[in-house]
Structures are given as C-alpha cells and as structure tokens.
Design a protein around this ligand. Structure first.
Ligand code: MRU
Length: 366
C-alpha cells in the first residue's frame, strides 16, 4: 500500500543487510515513523510492546527476529533460545508459532555457518508469501462485496463494519479484512466503512482510520458500542474482521469485542465474514473457548489514553479514578455458528471443519 503516495510494506530488511526496518505503529496516527531492529531483543520488544502487531505481521517480525539472532550467534543453543524468546512475546496469534516453527524447520538441519543467510532468505520469502496470500483474500472477498452490492440493488452506499485493525498494517501488505475493502473500492464499488474505535488500544481509530485515509476509502470512526445500533437500523450491509487464531472447526479468536459484533450481526441478519490467511488456522484445536490462550495486558492500557492536542503535542491522560483496578483481556472467541463464512486465500468456505477441510485438504490435520 502507499504512504503519502510511496509504496510501503510494514517490514523489510535494511539496505545495509544488517538490520530490519519496521513502522513504529505506536506512533500512528500522529506520526509516521520507521525504526530499525538490530538484535533479537529488539525484535522481541517490538512484538511485545506492539510497535508491530496484527497476527501476520507478528509472524513476519518473529521470522526476521530469527535472522537477527542467527547474525549474532548461529549455534544450536542460540537457535533454540531465539525461538523460545520470540515465542514468549505474545500468546494468542498462532502465526507467531507457525512462523517460528517454519524458521526452525529450515534452519535446524543446516550447519551454523549456513544459517544466517538461510534465515534472511526464508524470512523474506515468508513476507512475500504473506503479501500474495492477502491479495488473494482480497480477490475472494471482493466477490462477497459484489454479491452484497447486487443484493442492495446497486443503489446508495455499501456499508461495511470492521473491528480493530486487520489492514495492511497488521500484515506485510494488503491486510486481511481490509484487502477486500481496498479491492472493492478500487473496483469502483461505493464502499463506506464503519470503523470500530477498538478500545483499549484504539487500533481502529488510530490505525484502520489512518490506512483508509491514506487510500481514500470513505469511512466513519465509531465507538465500540455503536455497531449494534447501526445494524438494528439497516445501516450495515456486512461485517468483516480478521482473526488471530481460527480453530479447525471454524471458531474465531480476534480482538476483544468481536464476539459482541457477531452476536449483533446474527440478531439482525447481517453477514459476518472473517478473513484469514491459512497460517492463522490452528489445526491442532477445535474448541476455541477452551483451547485458545487469551492475552491479558496491563490495566494501564485501559486507564490511560493518548492523543494529540490542538497544538499537535501528543499527550497521555488518565481517565479512571485513582485506586480503581482495570481488567484488560485482549481477545475473545466468536463461535463458528455466528460466522457466515471464512474468506481465505483459497476461496470462501463455511466456518466448519468440513468447510475448512474442503479448501485445505492437504494441510488439515497435518
Ligand atoms: O492486539 P493486536 O493489535 O495485535 O490485534 C490485532 C487483531 O486483533 C487483528 O484483527 C488480527 O490480528 C487479524 S490481522 C490481519
């Protein structure tokens, strides 16, 4: 995607080959800042402190983190330690486990002297694959937007609602849930996006809105509790969100609050689509409520909000009384029965074990 007209990815190897460049997403939307990762610790901190976030980008950063680790020490011990350190950064997005397992599979059989080069190559490949996967999700999702537009009689505006940020900032490029939105907009469909603010970290208000602005997609930021009201009044034609982990039976774990939107969509007959790259499927589990670890983060993310003053200064303020504890669960699980369909790089399927297996017979259960 483009930033101020310049094609940009969210992560790339630095020109001197000795580091990795990322967009520091904690600075958006107030400033577009790139930062350099030079060590394994830098990569682990970037994931943990959410300079990078979004399931696919967490995986890509971990892959590059392994390359940075191999640059410093390519022994067997260092390989295992790097894997374990990166794996411990965030618990919910399964892409992290997937990318680290892939890197370990490629690097383990090699001699230490071969590992650094192989790690850079494989990390770059994983990034390119992510871009291709997301673009394909965009193409398949575009068909659903086309259907919704037909159903609407091709009049007015096609209103999509999304939660959190599942755009290009959450991936290497294109995004998952936003890829079909970009494709639909570029194809001339009159798409308008309701952007859930997505407290506590406000990924919708600060990242999704920023992305859509950059691409010129009409949108409106709403607070998290508005979606149900809009759906009751026919103001949402479809919902589309991303996922951090999808079970083999189609349960979907995504940013906290996704479940409530799915319930509202179900009650109002609004299609609820989930867009996902196949590395987000955890084939080893079926019951999302029981088997997916839900990240709990600091209560400070709830009590303190950051914003820009009229003079452009970025400041943080506390909004809760002193002494009130805050709870901060990062994700929730939407049971498959509330998901109208899953949009993957291989096509659209029902959110069931059979549906996923029909698209991924070669991977399911392996
Ligand atoms: O906590 P975050 O910002 O990493 O959460 C991101 C999400 O919940 C996204 O919706 C999800 O990773 C899918 S992104 C393609």
């Amino acid at each position: 995607m483009k930033v101020n007209g310049t094609p940009t990815r969210t992560i790339w190897r630095a020109e001197d080959g000795a580091g990795v460049e990322i967009i520091d997403q904690t600075k958006l939307p107030h400033a577009f800042v790139t930062t350099r990762l030079e060590t394994l610790d830098d990569a682990a901190r970037a994931i943990k402190d959410m300079l990078v976030r979004g399931a696919p980008l967490i995986g890509a950063t971990a892959a590059y983190g392994m390359a940075l680790a191999m640059r410093a020490d390519s022994s067997d011990e260092a390989l295992t330690a790097a894997h374990d350190q990166l794996y411990a950064t965030r618990p919910t997005a399964v892409n992290l486990r997937w990318a680290l397992a892939d890197m370990k599979r490629v690097l383990s059989p090699l001699s230490p002297s071969q590992r650094e080069n192989a790690a850079w190559l494989r990390a770059a490949e994983l990034c390119d694959e992510d871009v291709a996967i997301n673009e394909a999700i965009g193409d398949h999702g575009l068909d659903l937007f086309g259907e919704a537009w037909e159903k609407k009689g091709k009049t007015g505006t096609l209103n999509a609602l999304t939660h959190c940020n599942a755009g290009w900032l959450a991936t290497v490029d294109w995004g998952t849930a936003l890829a079909p939105i970009y494709k639909a907009h570029d194809a001339g469909l009159p798409v308008h996006v309701w952007v859930d603010e997505t407290r506590p970290r406000s990924q919708g208000a600060s990242l999704t809105a920023w992305e859509l602005n950059q691409h010129g997609v009409p949108h409106t930021v709403i607070v998290d509790n508005v979606g149900g009201h809009l759906m009751q009044h026919g103001m949402v034609d479809l919902c589309i969100v991303g996922t951090d982990r999808t079970t083999a039976a189609g349960d979907v774990c995504n940013k906290i609050g996704t479940y409530l939107k799915a319930l509202a969509a179900h009650d109002n007959g609004v299609p609820f689509y989930v867009a996902l790259p196949s590395p987000t499927i955890d084939w080893s589990i079926k019951d999302g409520l029981k088997d997916i670890p839900i990240e709990e983060r600091s209560g400070e993310e709830v009590s303190v909000i950051t914003g820009r003053t009229e003079s452009g200064e970025v400041v943080s303020v506390t909004i809760t009384p002193e002494g009130s504890p805050c709870g901060n669960w990062g994700f929730d699980v939407t049971p498959a029965r509330y998901v109208t369909a899953l949009v993957t790089e291989r096509g659209v399927c029902r959110a069931t074990e059979e549906g996923l297996k029909s698209l991924f017979p070669d991977v399911a259960g392996n």
